[in-house]
Design a protein around this ligand. Sequence first.
Ligand code: AP5
Ligand code: MG
Length: 191
Amino acid sequence: MLNIVLFGPPGAGKGTQSDLIVEKFKLIHISTGDLLRAEISKQTNLGKQAQDIINKGLLMPDSIMIDMIQNKITEHIGCKGFIFDGFPRTTVQAEALDSLLRQNNMEISTMISLEVDTPIIVERILKRGAISGRSDDKNETIILQRISEYNHKTAPVKEFYKKCNKLTEIQGVGTIQEIFSKIEKVCSTFV
Ligand code: AP5
Ligand code: MG
């Protein structure tokens, strides 16, 4: 089984690379950001809460995100593997994922961390914001807040996987295909 945590700051290319990994390795892609945006478009209670938090560039509460992941894993038991995109985003989430997977006799193969410097990600997100409907992409203050949440609460998750010898850092700058080639090589060692 191949279970990947695809990690990196906002705009690092997690969603872009997930699509290519799914195509090649036939994994189930779980993007917590996409799941939250689906709730927002349905205007559920969860969606209303998410809209407020996402628009401030802050993180959702751990308990909500862990329940969401638990449901998704249960739904797809027996699949070839998962790509976790945008989860875990805190050490509490990483510990919960570890135990959820263990309960189902699974484990993370590796975390792939896409390394991209701040000025490049701000530029990428602003460019997308001009054409996408994402409310958290439009304004530089919110983008910088998202990056600050990443630096304070999410970046430490790398240490969690490093301690378990499950951290693979990849330069997330270059063409989409160049970056995918590096990811593909790493993934191929697990299948
Ligand atoms: P989420 O949707 O996960 O957003 P994010 O992490 O901020 O990242 P993005 O989706 O913006 O970027 P990406 O890394 O996927 O890059 P992409 O491929 O799109 O989360 C949104 C919000 O939901 C969070 O802020 C939080 O509030 C909440 N949330 C979600 N999960 C949570 C959790 N677990 N706990 C708590 N809260 C949670 O690429 C970006 C752009 O760059 C695109 O336009 C793309 O075309 C372009 N691009 C990609 N690769 C390249 C390249 N190599 N060269 C040039 N351009 C490129
Ligand atoms: Mg994304």
